[in-house]
Design a protein around this ligand. Sequence first.
Ligand code: FMN
Length: 320
Amino acid sequence: MNVLERLGVAIPVVQAGMGGGLSRHELAAAVSEAGGLGTIAVNGAAAIERELAAARALTGRPVAVNVLLPFARRDWFAAAAKADVVVTFWGAPKRRTPGVWLHQCGSVAESLAAHAAGADAVIVQGVEAGGHVRGRTPALDLLARVRAALPSDYPLLLAGGIAGRDDVRGALEVGATGAVAGTRFLLSEESRAHPEYRQRLLAAEDTILTELFGFGWPAPHRVVANAATDRGLKRDLRGPALNRALNRLTAPTARYTPVQVQARLVSAQRPGSRLLSPQGPTDDGPTSLLDAGPLYAGETVARIVDVRPAAKIVGDLTPS
Ligand SMILES: Cc1cc2nc3c(=O)[nH]c(=O)nc-3n(C[C@H](O)[C@H](O)[C@H](O)COP(=O)(O)O)c2cc1C
């Protein structure tokens, strides 16, 4: 039995945690209730506890919580450990839960480190993924290399490029235990993406890999163009050198900046600001982020043509 089957997850489809509150209890519960594994991604221990309780009220099935290691404090892990699965990303892999632990990785070296640290499975992220992108190679290529480097029965999940059942089938055929989809579920009725953000994604054909939105977290992210990228990426797709230097300087503060201060900074940012935060536009956040914030999306955005209920998306992704 693989790690998903042991949890009682019947369909090998995982909804990626989408941070800053883009994926909350409504989405996670709908995905889990439909037979996949839904993931909550919010900031702060109180928010994690609140969202997990709300998800538990909607489904008795397993639910995951995502924790971004550059931001997490000790109490976030304590709250997240009450979920059935903790998914970590971006940092030194370390077990923080007695339950199931998955770590998302962008290279063979990182996957070996996560395996050595005792992760129950690794999510292999390809460069085509949306949001923050650790992968440097296409997901299927990286999966093959990680598969060859780790024991043959060690579970691997694949993230990046998953928008339909053929993608999931393709991942399983090359040895994945399951497939992780972010952008497809962002374009669901239950995601907390701002409605206009969803509309911009539906109209988009292309994505950009940039470091522009790296305030407090200097990392590449895949986004759709908006006024901030039009202004900020004229010379260099990574973003202006001064912005990137400021992003690096502010990185150590990410974990310690109070949530209220972060919210004020996010509200104040405009296209052309030197400091552009990684907060995406939610339906209850500042509308200014539609043009001043990151419109995260993976390359699959070019293939996604509608906003659907999450349960239908799980059905669409189920390999028959
Ligand atoms: C809007 C958005 C936000 C994301 N936020 C997070 C996050 O907070 N934590 C995380 O581990 N991964 C995050 N990711 C990356 C996903 O875990 C996953 O690698 C990615 O969604 C897979 O590519 P796809 O979007 O093309 O399906 C995010 C992805 C998107 C699209």
